[in-house]
Each structure stands twice: as C-alpha cells, then as structure tokens.
Design a protein around this ligand. Structure first.
Ligand code: FES
Ligand SMILES: [Fe+2]
Length: 340
C-alpha cells in the first residue's frame, strides 16, 4: 500500500517560518519549496527543476518567479516556465508541480493529492488554537526520527503523562483518578480524559489560583495526524465555562516514512505573568523535546517489522492510536482504488 495519504490537508509550516525566502522542507518523501508570492500568499511547490533536477530553493528569487541556479530556467509561482535563456521557445514539460496551499488559523496547510479535490472546507478547525488577542501563545517545531503514526500513538494516549512527564507536567496519579473515552465521529476521533478533583495542571494553576480542580484533556484527531488538544480546568463541581483552557495544536506531517515534522503550540486567553512566561515556555518545550521525543524515537527503533505484525499488546487506553491507524488504512485503500 502507498506510504502516505495524498488527498488530505497536511500542516507544512507555521506562518512565521515562510517569507519571500526559499525554504526547502522534505514532505511525504519529496523536497518541497515553501515561499510566499508577491501578495504574501503561501506557495508550496516541488523543490525540483524539471531540467536536471536542481533544487529551486538554491535559485534566485525574483518578485514573482524563481531562476534556477543551475542553468537559468525561470519559473513563476504557478510552476510554469516563463523564461528559457537559450531560446525563445519554452520546452515542453518544463513545469513544476504546485500544490494547493492555504493559511488558516495560524497554520500553513498544503494538499499533495489531486488538486481538483483540494477543498478548503475539509481543513480541520483550529481556530480556538490560534494566537488569542492579548493572550499568550507559544509555537514550536520538533523533528522526530519516527514514523508519524507512532507520534499519533503518543498523542492519542495521554496516559503516558503519568509516567513520562514526571519532570514537567508530573502525573501524580491524576490520570488514575480519571475516566478515558475514545469516540469516533465519521473520520474524526475524540480521545478524552475527565479527571474530577485533580491537582490543577501546570500553567492553569497560575490562572485559576487553585490547587484542586475538575480537569479535562480533550484530544480531537483528524486524518492523517492533525490533532487539537484542549487542556481545561474548572473549580470542582463548576461548569467548564467557569474554568480556563489551553488550546493546543499537535500536527504531525511525514517528512518521509521514518521522519516526521512535529508542529505544536499552546495558547491561553489569559496573558501569562511575565515572570512565569519563560518558565512555562521551557516546561512545554521540555515535555515534547526532552520527554516525548527520545521515547518515541527509541520505541520506533525497536520495531523490526510493521506495527501490527509485531503484535502490540493492547491496554484499552491506547485504542485511539489503533483506531487512527485503521481509519488511515481504509482511506488509503479507497484512494488507491480510485487511482487504479
Ligand atoms: S537544472 Fe534547472 S535549469 Fe538546469
Ligand atoms: Fe507527551
């Protein structure tokens, strides 16, 4: 079966990562060029000149085009060759694949499949996780040496915070006092934890000024690996609206079969006290980079064969990641049927 779903939206960058410069990023096994056109709109195209396959990202950027650094063919941002320095004639086949791209909710999305099917309405809603006016907002990027579905396993099974995040968000039995559910709604999954009378999680304790709260972790998954996490806490017994939340992006995009771009962010409608902001930023970064990343990478290295043939033990709490794999398998099979 094909390695990746194609007819779907992938997060390819944070908006601040791309400018009029030429950024090359490996996505779905191929070098891809990320830049902005003259109107500032994101441009996502194959980072490969059709002549002798030089990287266009090594070329010269002009206002609305790129000149290949190798032999000088010039391409506009639709991927059309607009100048051949050796002739008035544009050679046939001198085009570069341009992929539909959209900037929405503080995320740059791209579609690598059939451009005709690239419907922006299919982009999952991350509006709650965008930078809130006057609030706090942290974005991060962590490369993982692992297949993206192993990152999904980590994020859809947050029981691991009890053991793995003891140096940052420290479990202290919070998870074991809670209830977990996995629900499927079409191609979407919800993997949620509800933990009444729990210790207030780091960060929200600064906002709520409470030690004990009703606490929830609501994780929504959309294929292939675009996840939104709401971390919430409210005074015990009170409605959720009386509490406070962090809204987080956790998007995993394959660089290749064995490598993944992990984009993450966290926001709060409440500005964080300046003296605490840096501590919190470091805490979040450490959780993903010092605790999650080495564990996911080492576990992935430990797999000799494909996931299912290794016969993974099931604990129930891990159902989200398993279901996500099944949904992706079905989607890939459907995609392959249409193509063949
Ligand atoms: S490789 Fe680009 S012009 Fe030759
Ligand atoms: Fe984690």
């Amino acid at each position: 079966m094909q390695d990746f779903l194609l007819n779907t939206w992938y997060m390819v960058a944070w908006p601040h990562e791309i400018s009029t410069n030429l950024l090359s990023r490996k996505l779905l096994g191929k070098a891809v060029l990320l830049t902005r056109d003259g109107d500032g709109k994101p441009v996502v195209m194959r980072d490969r000149c059709p002549h002798r396959f030089a990287r266009l990202s090594m070329g010269e950027r002009k206002a609305e085009s790129i000149v290949c650094k190798y032999h000088g063919l010039e391409f506009n941002f639709l991927g059309q060759c607009v100048n051949n320095p050796y002739s008035d004639r544009i050679p046939s086949g001198a085009t570069v694949a341009r992929h539909p791209a959209v900037e929405k909710d503080g995320i740059v999305w791209a579609w690598f499949g059939d451009p005709e099917q690239a419907d922006e309405n299919l982009i999952p809603d991350f509006s709650a996780a965008d930078a809130p006016p006057g609030g706090s907002y942290i974005t991060g990027y962590t490369p993982l040496k692992a297949n993206y579905e192993y990152g999904t396993d980590n994020l859809l099974d947050l029981s691991h915070i009890e053991f793995l995040h003891t140096g940052t968000f420290a479990g202290n039995g919070v998870i074991f006092g809670g209830e977990h559910s996995v629900k499927q709604d079409g191609d979407r999954l919800m993997s949620n934890w509800w933990m009444p009378n729990a210790r207030c999680p780091a960060g929200l304790d600064q906002i709520l000024q409470l030690e004990t709260v009703d606490h929830w972790l609501d994780m929504r998954w959309n294929a292939p690996a675009n996840m939104h996490l709401q971390i919430g806490a409210t005074p015990p017994g009170q409605p959720r609206e009386q509490g406070a939340t962090f809204e987080q992006v956790h998007c995993l995009t394959p660089a290749d079969v064995d490598e993944t771009h992990y984009f993450w962010s966290t926001n709060s409608q409440y500005p964080q006290p300046e003296e605490y902001a840096e501590t919190f930023r470091e805490l979040v970064r450490a959780a993903f980079e010092i605790e999650d990343k080495p564990m996911i990478e080492a576990a992935y290295e430990n797999i000799g064969d494909d996931f299912w043939s290794e016969k993974p033990v099931s604990l129930g709490i891990d159902a989200g990641g398993a279901r996500a794999r099944r949904i992706i398998e079905v989607m890939k099979r459907k995609e392959a049927e249409v193509v063949s």
